[in-house]
Design a protein around this ligand. Structure first.
Ligand SMILES: [Zn+2]
Length: 58
């Protein structure tokens, strides 16, 4: 089976949800993508907090 991220042939692919899509990735890529996704989600919620904060002040 082939990883959709690094195109490596691996025994096992792990389904990882990226946004609305599910990608099948090798263990390494799955970990990396999940981490990046978590960071992106955090950044987004921080941004929303900042917007709210600004919204209250003005
Ligand atoms: Zn991979």
């Amino acid at each position: 089976m082939q990883c959709q991220e690094c195109q490596d042939d691996v025994d096992e692919l792990i389904p990882v949800k990226v946004g609305r899509k599910t990608r099948k990735l090798c263990e390494d890529c799955a970990e990396r993508v999940q981490e990046a996704d978590a960071v992106a989600g955090e950044a987004e919620s921080n941004m929303q907090k900042m917007m709210e904060y600004k919204g209250r002040r003005t």
